[in-house]
Write a protein that binds this ligand. Structure first.
Ligand code: ADP
Ligand code: ASP
Ligand code: MG
Length: 437
């Protein structure tokens, strides 16, 4: 059994729905995870934004134009009157619910309900289309098995139990469709796995069911060796180790949700990245097999803040780092990079919600300075310390770029560099030229 996930552009129009339907009916017994149609989640975010700022008219206009778009999709996708009626009733119900929300007091619970509607609509439309085509398909409601815990992290044990019970109940179907991105949280509210979270849903479902393979179908022929939105002439990397893919996803390769590789790595299930627009292309395979001596790819993560704590005392004396880390733990703020010297320590965060509290508390231990608008550039591949020459290649690419921090040796897979956000494009381009010609 495989899990196949199709992203927003893969189901961006009635025609794309039909092409995905062709791809997913080629094999039986698979679970298909769908994102919302491209642009839908952005529109839902916009509606929530209007409601937060009490602009009911703005919200209603966006709801009306989204409703018109879905009416168009129904008419283009479906031909039989019963399936048109069934889809129309469902979609009208969704938009009625959205309109009702505009009349209620608005908060984050309502926002998360609004954000869940895109995946509910795409999966309903796909299931109705497949039924019309005579496929023995079942829709598995993600809200009945996809769960997060009190920390907001996926609860893999609960997902495993609930999903396997549901599959047992629904056994006999040739194909299963479910929603990516959406889940229930520990307070039994509708929630989500953050933007791009359908990749995470697919990998969690793969791990929970012990799938043979997880396929992430998108609009590009695999993970490229640099960000194709910024750098010209990037090329697809055909093979990655789980750890390499996890680093690239976490450090900004948008093709994958930042933490989606973790459940696949934990369950040792290969992940294949494939192109819906070019289904025969080989894509990228991610598994537990390492490759030696190759630098694979570069990625960048924006909106990073660097914090330096400097003291004239013996800063790195026994227990100092523990005290610093405790401050970040108190504010539940993860640290991405860290560099130390005898007189100071620099670290980076991307969650700045508690920045002023953290800085205030750190001042007990020394002089604190903060650099905003920084960017982590991450070079990934076989970086075993015994191999010679790759560090100098990376540094050579950066000879005209100011580098605030360098981190190497934390894993065998990466070198991370902290540069100013304004130098990101130059850094990525220069690294591409030096490392990949
Ligand atoms: P989906 O809607 O299918 O989830 P995404 O937009 O989330 O698709 O991810 C695919 C996009 O990620 C590509 O179109 C590409 O522009 C972007 N991207 C950024 N970095 C990379 C990379 N290293 N390799 C491939 N694609 C990347
Ligand atoms: N629809 C959601 C988003 O746009 C989830 C996803 O596409 O993975 O972020
Ligand atoms: Mg995505």
């Amino acid at each position: 059994m495989k899990v196949l996930k199709f992203g927003g552009t893969s189901v961006g129009s009635a025609k794309r729905f039909q092409e995905v339907a062709r791809l997913i009916t080629a094999e039986k017994q698979n679970i298909v995870v769908l994102s919302a149609m491209s642009g839908t989640t952005n529109s839902l975010v916009e509606i929530a934004g209007y409601l937060y700022s009490r602009n009911q008219d703005g919200a209603r206009d966006t709801i009306a134009s989204l409703h018109a778009k879905y009416n168009g999709v129904i008419n283009e996708l479906l031909t039989q009157p019963e399936s048109v009626k069934k889809a129309q009733t469902y979609i009208d119900g969704i938009f009625k619910a959205l309109s009702e929300i505009t009349k209620e007091p608005f908060g984050d619970i309502q926002e998360r309900i609004i954000l869940s509607k895109g995946e509910l609509m795409s999966t309903f439309l796909m299931t109705t289309y497949l039924e019309e085509q005579g496929v023995n398909v079942k829709l598995l409601p993600a809200l009945s098995f996809m769960r997060t815990d009190a920390q907001g992290e996926p609860d893999l044990e609960a997902i495993k139990v609930l999903l396997n019970q549901l599959l047992e109940k629904e056994k006999g179907a040739d194909l299963y469709i479910t929603q990516g991105y959406i889940c229930m949280n520990a307070r039994d509210e509708v929630d989500n796995l953050k933007r791009g979270g359908s990749d995470y849903s697919a990998c969690l479902i793969g791990a929970a069911t012990g799938a043979d393979e997880i396929q992430i179908w998108t609009d590009i022929d695999g993970l490229h060796n640099n960000d194709p939105r910024v750098v010209e002439k990037t090329s697809a990397v055909r093979h990655l180790h789980f750890d390499e893919a996890a680093e690239l996803a976490y450090f900004g390769a948008k093709i994958l949700h930042p933490t989606c590789i973790l459940p696949a790595r934990y369950a040792n299930i290969p992940v294949r990245l494939l192109n819906t627009l070019e289904p025969e292309a080989p894509g990228t395979l991610i598994d537990s097999v390492p490759d030696t001596g190759v630098i694979k790819a570069v990625a960048a993560k924006d909106n990073i803040v660097a914090i330096k704590i400097k003291s004239s005392r013996m800063l790195l004396a026994h227990g100092f780092l523990r005290k610093v880390f405790e401050i970040f733990e108190t504010y539940r703020t993860p640290i991405d990079m860290i560099c130390t010297s005898e007189v100071g320590v620099s670290l980076t965060i991307d969650d700045t919600r508690y920045l002023s509290e953290i800085v205030h508390d750190l001042k007990k231990y020394g002089t604190v300075s903060v650099d905003l608008d920084m960017c982590i550039v991450c070079v990934v591949g076989d970086m075993d310390w015994a191999n010679c020459g790759f560090e100098s290649k990376v540094m050579n690419a950066l000879k005209s770029i100011p580098v605030r921090m360098v981190s190497y040796g934390g894993s065998n897979y990466n070198i991370s560099l902290l540069v100013r956000e304004e130098d990101k494009v130059a850094t990525l381009r220069s690294l591409s030229q030096t490392l990949f010609g």
